[in-house]
Design a protein around this ligand. Structure first.
Ligand SMILES: Nc1ncnc2c1ncn2[C@@H]1O[C@H](COP(=O)(O)OP(=O)(O)O)[C@@H](O)[C@H]1O
Ligand SMILES: [Mg+2]
Length: 239
């Protein structure tokens, strides 16, 4: 039997389709102050999806670091870097202006900012100002805490706003992932077990599928059965 492999492919699951629709809606709404939030528990694919989109459309993507908590300069410089600013300023005011210039010349592409809820409110206010003053839409990505964080910043809820929550992975998503990434058609009972045990988490499904594929290869069996999927899940828990 030819060895089965789980490839690092990006799969177009339901959350990805919802994400695409949300970005499309955001881009259609014209004007200043365009903001979106993508929320949901860890492991559902938020980061990977936003990075996939940003890479394809050449958008800026900044992941916030806690070392920026004492000053906005590090954050502004990271934005400069992502937006392709040639000479990155060493002070806050010129860095802000450089970001504004870059945003105004990049054709309204969305800017992705991840985990801003790790930073003080000032940084979120900075993003609000940047989105107010430029035509660029900003998409914030974070866990549920992001929502609370945003509520504390005034003048953020009364503007054009899209929110998307990443849902638990569905059964159809699991079947699609196994087919696209590993080229295997899961029997219904095996798919249901994988789906149930993962509690909607993409990271767990991926780990279990890799274990399952290892067992299939070791046994030279092209189709998984219930015994194999149970062993795979047990193995993942141990590993
Ligand atoms: N659409 C997808 N296709 C393939 N793998 C994905 C997809 N979305 C997420 N993953 C994988 O699932 C795992 C969790 O995704 P991640 O983006 O880190 O989740 P989150 O940011 O919500 O915590 C990662 O290993 C990632 O590569
Ligand atoms: Mg993430």
């Amino acid at each position: 039997m030819k060895e089965i492999r789980v490839l690092p492919k990006f799969v177009n699951v339901k959350n990805v389709r919802n994400f695409q629709a949300m970005i499309d809606a955001l881009m259609l709404s014209a004007g200043e102050g365009r903001l979106a939030a993508v929320i949901g528990p860890a492991g559902r694919g938020k980061t990977r999806t936003a990075q996939w989109y940003a890479a394809n459309k050449r958008c800026a993507f900044v992941r916030c670091l806690s070392i920026w908590r004492h000053t906005e300069l590090g954050f502004l410089q990271a934005l400069c870097r992502e937006l392709g600013v040639k000479k990155i300023p060493h002070r806050k005011d010129p860095a802000f202006l450089a970001v504004m210039d870059a945003l105004n010349t990049q054709g309204g592409r969305p800017v992705f900012v991840e985990e801003i809820e790790k930073l003080p409110r000032l940084h979120l206010e900075l993003v609000r100002d940047l989105s107010d003053l430029s035509a660029a839409p900003f998409v914030l990505i974070g866990e549920d805490e992001l929502q609370h964080h945003m509520r504390q910043v005034t003048r953020i809820w009364n503007r054009t706003f899209q929110q998307l929550e990443f849902e638990p992975l569905g059964l159809g998503d699991v079947v699609m992932f196994a087919r696209d990434a590993a080229g295997i058609d899961l029997p219904a009972d095996v798919a249901e077990t994988l789906h149930r045990e993962a509690g909607g988490c993409f990271r767990v499904i991926k780990r279990d599928l890799i274990s399952l594929v290892n067992i299939m290869n070791a046994k030279a069996r092209p189709v998984p059965d219930m015994e194999m999927v149970k062993a795979a899940i047990k193995q993942s828990l141990r590993g």
